[in-house]
Each structure stands twice: as C-alpha cells, then as structure tokens.
Design a protein around this ligand. Sequence first.
Ligand code: N2P
Length: 347
Amino acid sequence: MNKIIRLLLVIGLAFTAVAGLQAQGKRKGTLNFYGWSEYIPQSVLDGFTAETGIKVNYETFSSGEEMLAKLLAGRGRYDLIQPSDYIAEALIQAGQLQALDLAKIPNLKNVLPEYLNMPHDPEQKFTVPYMIGTVGIVVNTEKVKEPVTGYADLFSEKHAGRIVVVDDGRELAVAALYSLGKNLNDFSPENLEAIRPILATWFGRVKLFDSDSPKTALLGGDVDLGLVWGGEAAILWNEDKKFQYVLPKEGAHMFVDLMAIPARARNVENAHLFIDYLLRPEVSKLISDEFPYTNPNGEARKLLSAEQLANPASYPKIDRKLDTFRHLGGDAGARIDALITDLKNAR
Ligand code: N2P
C-alpha cells in the first residue's frame, strides 16, 4: 500500500471513530421548558438539540404571575422554568423548586459575582441567573420634543393615547408606588389604596398593554412612548437612535430572571445540561445578540462588541442603587392583581 493510501485510511478510520463516539454521546429524550416569550433564540434551542439529541419542548408565558399560578396549581409538567427573582422566591417558599446540582453546572463560574447569592436565593441553591434588566421609559424623540424624565412626564395628559406599557400588574403598581416616593416592595393596604387613583389616570392614557413585544407598536409608529423591558428598548435603539431610554427619576428597579428546576421535573439531568449549555460564553453571546438585556455572564460580555456594550438600554448608566422585587407573601399579590383587573375593566 503506498503511503498516501495508508494515510487516507488512517484519517478515514479516525473520522469514523470520532463520529461513533459522538453518536454514543448523544442522549435521547426531551426537555420541557417553560420560559418568557421573546427571550431565547430558536438557534440556541436548536444548537442544544443538535449537540445532545435532546428535544426541547418550549412553551412560553408573558407574566411571572401566570407562570407561578400554573405551577402552584400543579398544572404543566416542566423540567426547566425561567422565573424572575420574586417568583422564584415564592416557588422556593412553596417547596416547588429542587436544589440544583452545581457540580453539573461548571459554567456557573462565568456569572459575575454581583449577580450571585442575591436576596431571592441567598445560598445559590435553587437558581442560576439568565438575564438581568431594568424597566424604563422609551421615547421616540422625533415625535416627542419635551423632556421625559420620569413617570409623571410619561403619563402626562399631553401623551394620552400615545403610550404602550408592559402588561404586567406588578410592574405598573411599582411604578405608581415610586411616583409617590414609596418603597417598591411596600404594598400595604394603605399604599394599594393610594396608587389606585394614579393608576386609574395612567390607564386612561395608555393606548396598549403589551408584555410580549412592546417594541412593535413603537417601531410601527402607533405609539410614541413606552414603559418597557430594557431589552425591548435596546432592540429599538439598535433599529433607530431616535428611541431613547430613560430610567425614571422617581425610581427604577432591576429584575433578575433565572433558570430553575421545578420539584416535579422528570428530566432533571437534561435540565442541568441545558442550564450549563446556556452559561457557555459563546451560547450566552448568541442570546445577547438577539435579546440585548444585561448579560450577567462575565465571560460572555467579553465576547460582545463595543457597540453592544454601549447600548444605553442594555447597559444603562446606573446612578443609584437598584432594588429588586421580593415575594410579598400573604394576599398582597392577589390584591395587586384584583386592583389592576378592576382598573383595566373600567377603562
Ligand atoms: C422577555 C421579558 C423580560 C422579562 N420578553 C422581564 N422580567
């Protein structure tokens, strides 16, 4: 056999061996994932399936309370969920999350320390950070010439019928609390009564409630101002610099969205694999490319372009300490829901 043929044979054998190993390494099975809408690229789900053979069934929600209610009622059988900080806290208290096996999530080391051991999960037992963000005001500065620095400006009578807001009771109630100078987690009965007339006025001026894609109405020119998730505002900024992002001067908070495994999950191994996959810097970068929230993954941030890091809605200049939502306990959540439903029906 001449040398070239022998070499080709060896290469061929090596290829077959690697392919065989890969095939053996492939797992079958599924991962039932319940996550926020507009938050994870399809390419990331597909990439995970291509690498592992695990099929991802992806179901979405557009409010944390909707997801919480479903889980607490024992509906749906998910292996992995994407709760926000205060929702995870509620689930932990209700015994609805299982402790993670951190040995299976080595990429957790990529997460910046300031996003670990936060109040919702002080021992980092049940959750890992996915994305972080703020809720702020976006203004189409071609249409709105007067300065907009806070909630009072946003919901001013001048802008009636030109406003989109996230369809999220807790977010809107907090904005009203801030406008009264109150703490974002203080939903005492008195405070709830105090925000009622404020929200009633605001809701009368809102054109659209949309948590899934509030950017759409702004892009289409149906509205000129919004109270939106930071990542949505970041997409608008990428489209057109006329969309400016403002952290309301009366108060803004930071949300921390997480990955967690429900107590009743069946495919626990697959859930750990997926969490670790998401925390790989190059995968996490793909998420930031499509959904430009604040990425808590320090190694992924190193892969982002200077332009991505300069997006004022993804990485706003924070001139104050931003608090996070806490689980309120008792019936405070239900009272907020009732208030918001009432006021929306009265519109
Ligand atoms: C993604 C919504 C962001 C979640 N579409 C806010 N906690």
